[in-house]
Design a binder for this molecule. Structure first.
Ligand SMILES: Nc1ncnc2c1ncn2[C@@H]1O[C@H](COP(=O)(O)OP(=O)(O)OP(=O)(O)O)[C@@H](O)[C@H]1O
Ligand SMILES: [Mg+2]
Length: 319
């Protein structure tokens, strides 16, 4: 991924909303590579929307530079706008207009021409499964349908960079699942995506790389695996044996298995600290079998981003 050119380059970005105000974004630098799904994960007030607004050319930075496709957001805002699409956190929809009218309005704002726009509107409505509601006013839509329409607006013009600001907040689980799957599909089609969320499960499921942002600062950046390694935490296999004895013997034998970091045994149960469960599971069971022991249950305890956030800030992400 690092071989591909950066579509977005953010360098020493600072933003404050008033001269004496604290920084909403403070010395943030990162790249988003072409084709990548990059998530900004952080709690309320972390600076996610502020960052997106600056990349979108809607808000000037206090200092620092942001380039999209090589264009500076302050010097060439029009060039940047041709590359990007945004589905904002605050829905940018007119309740009194129909779904189709909303898409037409925003498409014209983006400078799409009529024949092209008609085709795109039909395509985006179908993509978001809203074709049969095209002529209904947005005021009659559910929260999930509004979110989908908001995304359809972001997709008009098939932007190279799509920014989705907390697209799953306040929607039902079914719409949420639909959106997440759809985001993955877009990524597979090669769209570069900047996704913000305060749900670690979403960042974990979707992202090529994740930036963790807190109080305006980017406090960690990397792939899920890289971030989890910051905690020094690995996966833990918890084995229960059918036999009442043998746990200690197994724990000792497992210490020489590649990928095993440490083991312990207590009450007929063996805990195995491993680099990855996937790479060691078969070998672990093989060793047990070799000793004449049968494994009754295995539980894999996954490390997660919550642990990373806690490690870095001393607070839970869900506070
Ligand atoms: N228009 C504004 N005027 C003044 N302060 C603002 C404005 N917008 C945001 N802020 C402040 O900037 C900081 C970052 O806010 P921002 O909206 O970027 O956070 P966020 O990560 O998007 O949060 P959320 O998850 O709640 O959407 C917060 O302290 C917020 O109060
Ligand atoms: Mg926000």
């Amino acid at each position: 991924m690092n071989d591909t050119p950066a579509l977005v380059e953010i360098r020493n970005l600072y933003k404050r909303y008033a001269p004496a105000a604290p920084y909403a974004v403070e010395d943030v630098s990162f790249d988003i590579h072409a084709g990548e799904l990059f998530s900004l994960l952080g709690p309320n007030g972390a600076g996610k929307t502020t960052t997106i607004s600056i990349i979108s050319t809607l808000l000037p930075p206090t200092s620092g530079t942001v380039r999209v496709g090589g264009y500076d957001v302050q010097r060439d805002p029009m060039a940047v706008r041709r590359i990007i699409g945004v589905a904002p956190q605050e829905l940018a929809l007119y309740d009194d207009l129909t779904a189709r009218e909303n898409l037409r309005f925003w498409g014209e704002m983006r400078g799409l021409h009529s024949a092209e726009l008609r085709h795109e509107i039909a395509e985006k409505l179908a993509l978001m499964e809203l074709t049969d509601r095209a002529k209904d006013r947005v005021s009659t839509f559910s929260g999930g349908m509004k979110r989908r329409l908001n995304l359809a607006v972001g997709l008009l013009g098939n932007p190279q960079l799509l920014m989705l600001d907390e697209p799953t907040v306040a929607i039902d689980p079914q719409s949420r699942r639909y959106l997440l799957d759809w985001v993955k599909k877009l990524r597979e089609q090669g769209v570069t995506i900047l996704y913000t969320t305060h749900y670690m499960e979403e960042a974990q499921e979707l992202s090529d790389r994740i930036g963790i942002i807190d109080h305006g600062k980017l406090i960690a950046l990397g792939t899920l695996d890289e971030l989890i390694q910051l905690v020094g935490q690995h996966e833990i296999l918890r084995l229960q044996l059918v036999q009442e004895t043998g746990a200690a013997e197994l724990a000792t034998a497992l210490q020489s298995v590649a990928g095993v970091i440490g083991t312990s045994a207590a009450d007929g149960e063996v805990l195995v600290n491993v680099i990855t469960a996937e790479a060691t599971l078969a070998a672990v069971i093989g060793v047990a079998t070799g000793l004449g022991l049968s494994v009754r249950t295995i539980e894999i305890r996954e490390p997660n981003l919550e642990a990373v956030f806690l490690h870095l800030t001393g607070r839970a992400l869900r506070d």
